[in-house]
Design a binder for this molecule. Sequence first.
Ligand code: ZN
Ligand code: ZN
Ligand code: ZN
Length: 367
Amino acid sequence: MDELQNALNNKSLTISTFPEKGRCLFTTRDFSPGEVIISESPYVSVPNKNKESPESKCEWCFSSTNLKKCSACHVVWYCSSICQKSDWKLHCVECQALKKVDKERLKSITPSIRLMVRLCIRRKLENQKNLDYGGCGAEQLRMHFSAFMFLACNAHTICDSELRPLGTGLYPVISIINHSCLPNSVLVFEGRLAVVRAMQHIPKGTEVLISYIEIAGSTITRQKALKEQYFFTCTCSRCIKLKVIDARITNVMDFSFVTLSKWGDEKGRGILKSSDKTEASVAYKMIEELQMKLYHPFSVNLMRTRETLLKILMELQDWKEALSYCRLTIPIYESCWETEAAVKSLTKALDILESLMEQRHHSCWNF
Ligand SMILES: [Zn+2]
Ligand SMILES: [Zn+2]
Ligand SMILES: [Zn+2]
């Protein structure tokens, strides 16, 4: 702990402990907007593998190209010998265990189980004396259980620049940073490196706060997500102030969904899932029109509809309209996050769309 405090002192940060909040990270000097407050590599990490992201990924950098399987266990993948070497210290222990598991049982080893195994291996490697895996006494069980609880609350989802989840990692220092729905900092990932940047001027002696969830949601949505994923009720100023207003918004939303579902009776949900994208785009434009009457122009619900429309229009290769929807979503992201990463990825999407439009223009196609 002293070691950690010393390391943080060098970075102009310090840990304070409060009975009601636990550990908190504070600044010991001013930070400017955009400045890196802290960056950290994961203590352990694993790539995601689920329905949303079924493709195999490199164990070290999460890339999904040029992959080769580990020739010993045939379970993990690497994109290069550099990544394999970087991961070898941990994987050589894990590899021995994975080799012994039969094919059927391998299927039930989820990324969360693998993350826990990796955590135990790393702890064992660093502290051989404290952990003896030969036995299964009460102390070992307690250690496993505490490791599991630690993982459930402290694992971070590692995302790419377009905020798509790639993997899960443990970042011991960054996990000290508390949540706020009005954060002064933002957590972004540069590959496997977690980077916390100041979003505004942060004076000396201020608590560093990030948002664990998407902050564009309503107070009810945010609180539900925090309760389900992080087991706490947020009491930040935004949650306290906006609870009443959000309850009213939710009522209006319910009303709008009744209206929408009446309209939907006729057309049916089928259209929205329809393989006919033109029909789907017409249906979503009607929803957008309804939402524009009900919601604030920066409403996250309206933004979601427009994002879906954007996807459909891109599938329809209607670049001109897709571009106009892309433009409509940018100010909402800017107002909610004011972070470089979110705006950067949208600007990137705009650039791609614009260059596609230009290409089509040159080949004399009409929109
Ligand atoms: Zn790699
Ligand atoms: Zn292996
Ligand atoms: Zn809050």
